[in-house]
Design a protein around this ligand. Structure first.
Ligand SMILES: [Zn+2]
Length: 376
C-alpha cells in the first residue's frame, strides 16, 4: 500500500483516489491542471461578457415564446444563474424534478426564487412507485453514484422541454470557479440507460416503463453531434465568487445556503456526507474546497479546518436523512442500515452501453484531435 500524501497547494490526497499524482514540489495533478484551465479563462472583472451573451440570446429568440431553459434544483449555481437572467431581463422557462427528495430548505429557496424572479416553472414528477423501485435497485447494487436515476430523469426532462417549446438555449450553472477540481473515479455517467436497465433487471425485475429515461443514443449522438440546443455557462464569463453569490441571492429572495455543495436533496446530501466517504473513501468536500483554494476564495488552512469538521452538519440531520430515505425506499430503518452496510461495488461490474462507454469517447477524441490539427 502506498504512503499517505496530501497536496501542498490544495487539499486533495491519496485516500480512496488511485488517480492522483504529485510533482516533485508536492503539487497534485488536480490543482495543477485546474490552475491551467482557470488561467486560460481570464475572467473579466465586469459583467460585459455575460451581458453580450444574454443580449445575443435575446436577439436570437425575440420571436420565440422563451429566450432559454434553465434547470431549477435550488442549488447555489443554478439559483444564481436564474437571478442573473432575471436581472438582465431574459424570458426563462424553469424546469424542476420533484422526486420527493428535496430538503425543506431547498423547497423554500426554490419557491422564493421563482416568485421573485417571476420564473415560469415546469414541475416534473416521476412515477413515484417506479422511481422508488429503481432507486432501491441502485442501493442494492452498491454502486457509488446512487443519483444516476435522478440525474437521468433530469436530462430526459430537459431534452423533452427543449423540443416541446422549440428552445434554442440552455443556461447551465457549471463553472470553473467553484468546480475547477473534481475528483475522478467513483462515478459514472447518468446518461447510460443500458446501465440503468441492467441494474433494475438484476435487482428488481419490475418494469420502469412509466419513467421517461434518456437513452444513450439520444444523449451521445444527438447531444454531441447534432446540437439541437446551445448550452451556455455564463458563470464562466465572469468573476463568479461564492460569498458574493450567497449574499446577492439572500438580498434578492431570502435565499439561504445549505452549508455545503449538493445538500439541496436528501439523497445527494446522504451521498456526500455518509455514503461516498464511508463506503468508497471519497470525501467530495476535498474537491469543492480545493476548487475554492485555486480560485483564490479560501486559504488552504481554512479548507483543512473545514475538513476537520464532521461531514454531516449534525447527528440529528443524519438520523433524519436516514429515516427519510428508508421511508422513501419503502423499507424499515433496520433494513436500510443493513442495505447500506453491504459491500461496495463498482459501476464497471454492471453492463454498460457500448455507445456511451466506448464509441462516443472514441469519436469525441477524434473530433478534439481534428480541431487541434485545424487550429495549428
Ligand atoms: Zn493540489
Amino acid at each position: 500500500m502506498s504512503e499517505y500524501q496530501i497536496c501542498k497547494r490544495c487539499v486533495m490526497d491519496t485516500i480512496g483516489d488511485p488517480n492522483i499524482t504529485f510533482d516533485k514540489e508536492g503539487y497534485c495533478n488536480y490543482c495543477t491542471d485546474g490552475l491551467i484551465r482557470l488561467n486560460s479563462m481570464n475572467f473579466p472583472t465586469d459583467m460585459s461578457k455575460v451581458e453580450t451573451l444574454f443580449q445575443k440570446i435575446k436577439d436570437d429568440c425575440k420571436d420565440d415564446p422563451y429566450d432559454c431553459l434553465v434547470g431549477v434544483s435550488g442549488g447555489l449555481d443554478s439559483s444564481y444563474i436564474i437571478y442573473l437572467g432575471h436581472k438582465f431581463g431574459l424570458r426563462m422557462l424553469g424546469i424542476h424534478i420533484d422526486d420527493g427528495l428535496d430538503t425543506e430548505l431547498a423547497k423554500k429557496n426554490i419557491q422564493q426564487l421563482c416568485e421573485k424572479a417571476h420564473l415560469e416553472l415546469v414541475n416534473v414528477q416521476p412515477d413515484p412507485e417506479q422511481y422508488r423501485d429503481l432507486t432501491l435497485s441502485f442501493f442494492k447494487a452498491g454502486v457509488p453514484n446512487l443519483a444516476i436515476p435522478q440525474d437521468n430523469l433530469i436530462l430526459a426532462a430537459l431534452t423533452d422541454t427543449v423540443k416541446k417549446y422549440h428552445l434554442r438555449y440552455l443556461l447551465h450553472g457549471s463553472n470553473a470557479s467553484m468546480e475547477g477540481i473534481l475528483q475522478s473515479g467513483n462515478t459514472y455517467t447518468a446518461a447510460d440507460d443500458v446501465h440503468i436497465r441492467a441494474i433494475q433487471k438484476q435487482f428488481s425485475g419490475k418494469p420502469i416503463d412509466k419513467l421517461r429515461l434518456l437513452t444513450t443514443f439520444e444523449n451521445s449522438i444527438l447531444r454531441h453531434f447534432r446540437r439541437d440546443v446551445i448550452r451556455v455557462t455564463p458563470l464562466n464569463l465572469m468573476d463568479y465568487r461564492f460569498d458574493v453569490a450567497v449574499k446577492e441571492l439572500h438580498d434578492f429572495c431570502g435565499y439561504e445556503y445549505y452549508g455545503a455543495k449538493h445538500h439541496e436533496s436528501v439523497l445527494t446530501r446522504f451521498m456526500q456526507c455518509w455514503y461516498l466517504p464511508e463506503k468508497f473513501e471519497a470525501d467530495k468536500r476535498k474537491s469543492h474546497l480545493s476548487s475554492l483554494i485555486i480560485s483564490g476564495q479560501m486559504t488552504r488552512e481554512e479548507a483543512l479546518d473545514k475538513l476537520a469538521q464532521p461531514k454531516y452538519p449534525s447527528e440529528e440531520m443524519k438520523e433524519a436523512d436516514f429515516n427519510t430515505l428508508a421511508a422513501f425506499l419503502g423499507i424499515p430503518r433496520k433494513e436500510f442500515d443493513l442495505l447500506i452496510a453491504q459491500p461496495a461495488h463498482s459501476h464497471d461490474e454492471y453492463p454498460k452501453s457500448f455507445v456511451s462507454n466506448k464509441l462516443v469517447p472514441a469519436l469525441l477524441n477524434i473530433r478534439t484531435k481534428l480541431h487541434r490539427k485545424n487550429r495549428s
